[in-house]
Design a protein around this ligand. Structure first.
Ligand SMILES: NC(=O)c1ccc[n+]([C@@H]2O[C@H](COP(=O)([O-])OP(=O)(O)OC[C@H]3O[C@@H](n4cnc5c(N)ncnc54)[C@H](OP(=O)(O)O)[C@@H]3O)[C@@H](O)[C@H]2O)c1
Length: 367
């Protein structure tokens, strides 16, 4: 057992050194892609585009070619989109290791945004489930644009009639992350006590409401200005992190879902039940390997403690979008909306998101 962990530790050190070197190479290579020519006959649309990595200054609204749906795709006229921290990670190409997947030197995909809600304008000839005129929502790269194409079986679900386009556009990444953190990684059961750290943000506002819909007793951690909002969406208890450190509260939780990552694993362990679970969703930042610190520490600590520490990466699923649609239709989940920006102000929306103090979701209006 001990030898196995020594070997694993050695491998980990080698991997970290190799990854650091790779990050150094990736960070020093940042060119701008030239804009492709558009044929005179092509239909165009407005979209937020970035042709090199950098600050929100690299974002431009351009006229680009309007996409056409393939046989298994639908064409959606986007009505609203929402901002996630993922958008500015893409924009900055950071952490640098991400560039291995999204483009070394400059982004392979130059369109930004993921979460959307809108109306189906056309469908490919093999599409059965959706028709022109359907109001839909989901997640697709390039959502900060007038049109996107989405695969019929992809991240696409019907928008409930009682939910606005802005609310539906809020759901994508944040709603899916909250659902999968609580249900799949946290294995939350009715009656259990769950603490949501970062309860007032995009993921947190969904997590509080979804946990309540599971029948859990929910404690939300947020700053003073958000106490009333977090209570209003259903939290049974609210801890103001400006006044109190939840890891010193003396309480015990079955599950902690952590969007902030501002407490050590040992401190979290102090308020976790013996068989409790900590799901690390976010918070660890940095251009280099900062995002790996939490998972590495969790890996090192796990063999020595009874609790379960794990990170997660949310995955879009049509089934989960449908579950979220049902939760909104029944009124168990109501997305919390912060500021609404027009397409021309995506840079300002991203700057606001990067400050890390959104109250619910930041929306881009494409009407
Ligand atoms: N693993 C995944 O698959 C996945 C998926 C989605 C998101 N994420 C990550 O999860 C994190 C949260 O995402 P998000 O969309 O919810 O971000 P967000 O909308 O920007 O929300 C951030 C929230 O954190 C709160 N906060 C800041 N400092 C805090 C503290 N010390 N204690 C408690 N709350 C604090 C802020 O509230 P105040 O204004 O009150 O401070 C704000 O409401 C990000 O790091 C993101 O990258 C990961």
């Amino acid at each position: 057992m001990k030898l196995r962990y020594k070997i694993s530790g050695g491998i980990l050190v080698v991997v970290v050194i190799a990854l650091s070197s790779l990050g150094l190479v990736l960070s020093h290579n940042s060119d701008c892609k030239p804009a492709p020519a558009i044929a005179d006959t092509s239909e165009t649309m407005k979209a937020t585009v970035y042709r090199c990595y950098g600050s929100p200054d690299v974002l431009k609204v351009e006229d680009i070619e309007k996409p056409a749906p393939a046989d298994d795709q639908v064409l959606v006229r986007v009505v609203a989109a929402s901002v996630n921290p993922l958008d500015w990670h893409y924009m900055r190409g950071s952490p640098y290791l991400m560039r291995l997947m999204i483009g070394i030197g400059s982004p392979d995909e130059t369109r930004l945004g993921v979460d959307y809600a809108g109306t189906v304008e056309a469908v490919g000839r093999n599409v059965k489930q959706f028709k022109p005129g359907d109001d839909v929502f989901g997640g697709q790269t390039g959502a900060f644009a007038e049109y996107i194409t989405v695969r019929e079986g992809g991240a696409l679900a019907m928008k409930p009639a009682n939910v606005s386009f802005e609310q539906a556009a809020s759901v994508g990444i944040a709603g899916i992350t909250a659902l999968q953190a609580l249900r799949d990684h946290g294995k939350l059961e009715p009656g259990q006590k769950v603490l949501i750290n970062g309860a007032s943000g995009g993921v947190g506002t969904f997590a509080v409401q979804i946990a309540k819909s599971f029948g859990a007793e929910v404690t939300g951690v947020c700053s003073t200005r958000n106490i009333l909002m977090v209570r209003s969406i259903g939290a049974d208890h609210v801890i103001d992190y400006k006044q109190e450190d939840y890891t010193e509260s003396g309480n015990e939780y079955d599950l902690i879902v952590d969007m902030v990552g501002n407490h050590s694993l040992l401190a979290n362990r102090g308020v976790l039940a013996a068989d409790g679970i900590l799901v690390m969703v976010g918070g660890t930042t940095g251009n280099w390997l900062g995002f790996l610190v939490g998972p590495i520490k969790a890996f090192m600590l796990s063999p020595f403690v009874s609790q379960d520490f794990g990170t997660m990466l949310a995955k879009f699923s049509q089934d989960d979008l449908t579950i979220l649609a049902e939760l909104m239709q029944s009124g168990e989940v109501t997305p919390v909306i912060d500021t609404i920006y027009p397409l021309s102000e995506v840079p300002a929306a991203i700057r606001y998101s990067e400050e890390g103090h959104a109250r619910g979701k930041i929306i881009i209006d494409l009407r």
